[in-house]
Design a protein. Sequence first.
Lengths: 84, 412
Amino acid sequence: MKNFLDLLATEQHLDVVINGCPSMAGLRDHLIFGQGDTVTVDGIEILPRYQCLAIEGVLQIDQPFYCWYHTVSGQGWLLEPCVS
Amino acid sequence: MRIGNAGNLEYCRWANEQDPKLSENIRDITPVDFFQKSMVPIRAALLDGEALPRCGECYQMEQHHKVSGRQKQLLKVGVRLEHFEKTLASSPWVKEFARGGTTDELPQDWQIELGNYCNSACVFCLPEFSSRLAMEHQQLGLIAQLPPPSWTDDPKLVDRFIDTLTQSPHIQYLHFIGGETVITPAFKTILTALVDSGRNRTVAIGFTTNLTVWRDDIEELLVQFASVHLGMSLESFDAINDYVRWPVTLPTMNQQLSRWTALARQHNWYITMRTTPTVLSLSSLLTVYDYAWDQGISVESCNFLNRPEFMRPAVLPLEYRQQELDKLTAWIAQHSTDSDHGNIINIRDPNVVQQQLVQDLQSYVNYLEAESDQSWRLPDLVQYLKTLESRRGNGILHYLPQYEELFRSAGY
């Protein structure tokens, strides 16, 4: 990527590994994992690390993964546009 | 965004300092017009992948693995250098970025520099940041003229700025610096306006104090804010602090430190110790980290000191530098943390204070190992210290006897 337009023209995906099995997901996909699974996304441990966030045995990530991760990993404020 | 002491408007709180006359000024343009119009080419350049010259200090910090302002500001819009492309594409701001630099948004985050009104004259400071040092420099013939008046000396400009704040409904954070914030009239004026408008319930404020003064009226305002980040400036818990942060003395500093810390803990404020490591304070830097480790307080410095050039830690010759490096690396080894937090960018996360301390100190190790020897600046340092001492009546060798041979060789 050289500039922002290049970024927009490039398809991005998440590298998801569930119990050792690799797969791909979109950056904004709704992700659902079982509480007992071992999960990494782009090499970042998700389960069992965040199993405390699972509800009735299911961890749901219903916003863009990196926005969710920003919040759960204690990255502070995540500002959002207010006008547009 | 940043408004500098002269009223200069800057695109980033971390952008390298430049002559304020080269920047647009609140006297000539509203902050909103600056944000929405003047900053378009800057945003466009960044979106085009350019590395701006005024981002240089941040790049230097990243080179030594010190968390830079660039990283901190990117994080606020969800972007990290690791996974840069994916976090950028995932940012809530991606549609806004796609506008090529134009925006209808209003600033959500400000650094507000209130002027140079200050009762301290730290040896590493500059006249544009301390009125007391400015007076001293003028009396010593080091400067011909005092710095230009602060924008906060003009009530109309302060009102204009307050209007900007109160008309921006989504401001998240305001960081105030001086001079000494607590005694600067505009600090109270702006805090009062925020309280009167009810913005204190939603806006987080931060400020830095030099641990010399206390004002009950300021305390009464501060405690009305939902979130406060308190920065306390100090360089050491050794006597060298008296020399470097002249004329404050350790007993006064410790008294104020205890008082501010108690207030902050009572109201659950975020607290940090703000340091400016120099060639003079490097040898006692660990006293700050020891205290911080014991008290669970983080340590933060803006950058690796750039000006005055002769105060940079890199001015210490290699043989002296190695002694300090050995002490720093030994401290890190003794305070290693079993952490899987990786590179901590949100250094204000209260859950990782000790890891942040180790990470920050490691950046100084990296700096001292990598930066070239700038000891050729020592004669300038010695000349400057002698000039100040001629008026202050103190002497650096009383505080740093271990550097006597070094300073004598440079003309002391």
